[in-house]
Design a protein around this ligand. Structure first.
Ligand SMILES: [Zn+2]
Ligand SMILES: [Zn+2]
Length: 87
């Protein structure tokens, strides 16, 4: 019994928070949304301990792979047909 973790030190990297789910980001499994510029969880390996908070899609204009966060997917329905299923 007792108070634990009330005042944690070393929490200076407040920017390293997923803007979609609000949980901490690690350095590897993160992408940047092309629409809003926010960073979010994108698992780069199947055993990564994070979920995907965004999607990959094919940008026809630049002929390149891009990433978009889930809120932007919801707001930009026209991009639905370009989404890539990453499994
Ligand atoms: Zn997230
Ligand atoms: Zn976004």
């Amino acid at each position: 019994m007792g108070l634990v973790g009330v005042a944690r030190e070393g929490e200076q990297n407040l920017a390293d928070i997923c803007d979609v789910c609000g949980k901490p980001l690690d350095e590897e499994n993160v992408s940047r949304c092309l629409m809003c510029g926010r960073r979010f969880h994108m698992a780069w390996s199947t055993d990564a301990p994070v979920g995907n908070c965004g999607r990959a899609f094919f940008d026809e204009r630049s002929s390149a792979l891009g990433f978009i966060c889930n809120p932007c997917v919801d707001e930009n329905r026209e991009i639905g047909g370009l989404l890539i299923d990453m499994g």
